[in-house]
Design a protein around this ligand. Structure first.
Ligand code: NAG
Ligand code: NAG
Ligand code: NAG
Ligand code: NAG
Length: 178
């Protein structure tokens, strides 16, 4: 009986920890918000109106959508450029061509530094430019202090917390935000 209980607790804890790890994994940020075709001219100041309300961490992704109407896929684009070229809207020496032609582009933010993105085709002048500041990953949440082995020390407590958390997360399909 007790062995079965222990197995149940361990399984639930593993599930909970896995869900927490998945939930804290890299986040995908849809540029301009969740609105469809978020990457468009004269829409917003992407840096002050959108990016300043988001937290970007190393490993996160940016996701640009501009696939409807179809012609937008050719008109707009996404390039990483340096600060000088960002300010002057120049695509003369881009650092990275992010556009793949389908109007849906992704880019992983691998370093803790400022990033500068612009659209080609002159649309940078119409506001299609974005700066993001990427931070190091936040420190992992500290473990609750406990004396001795958690499996023997506070058996019912762990069962309740781990079980409840895992069931709630599984049921709602929710990944907690970091
Ligand atoms: C967007 O906002 C930033 C921060 O306020 C400002 O420096 C920048 O000039 C603005 N960009 C445009 C295209 O208006
Ligand atoms: C950006 O690149 C251009 C061309 O290579 C260079 O002249 C300029 O100094 C660079 N700016 C920065 C901030 O690195
Ligand atoms: C960027 O890459 C896309 C897809 O490979 C390509 O169609 C496009 O011509 C490239 N743009 C530039 C300026 O190289
Ligand atoms: C970011 O890192 C991943 C994993 O190392 C790598 O596959 C990818 O090419 C990198 N992306 C950029 C834009 O450097």
């Amino acid at each position: 009986m007790e062995i079965l209980m222990k197995r149940f607790v361990i399984t639930t804890m593993v599930v909970t920890v896995s869900l927490l790890v998945i939930g804290c994994d890299a986040k995908r940020h849809t540029v301009g918000g969740t609105e469809y075709n978020g990457w468009a001219p004269n829409k917003m100041n992407y840096t002050s109106d959108w990016a300043s309300h988001e937290q970007f961490y190393v490993g996160d992704w940016l996701y640009w959508t501009y696939d409807e109407p179809r012609q937008n896929r050719q008109l707009f684009s996404v390039f990483e450029v340096n600060k000088t070229d960002y300010e002057s809207c120049s695509t003369d020496h881009t650092l990275y061509n992010i556009s793949r032609g389908g109007g849906r582009d992704v880019y992983q933010l691998n370093y803790s530094r400022p990033y500068y993105f612009i659209s080609g085709g002159g649309f940078c002048w119409q506001g299609m430019k974005l700066t993001v500041f990427v931070q190091e990953l936040p420190p992992a949440p500290s473990e609750a202090p406990s004396n001795g082995s958690p499996f023997s020390a506070s058996f019912p407590g762990i069962l309740t917390i781990a079980g409840a958390a895992a069931l709630v997360l599984l049921k709602l399909g929710v990944h907690p935000d970091c």
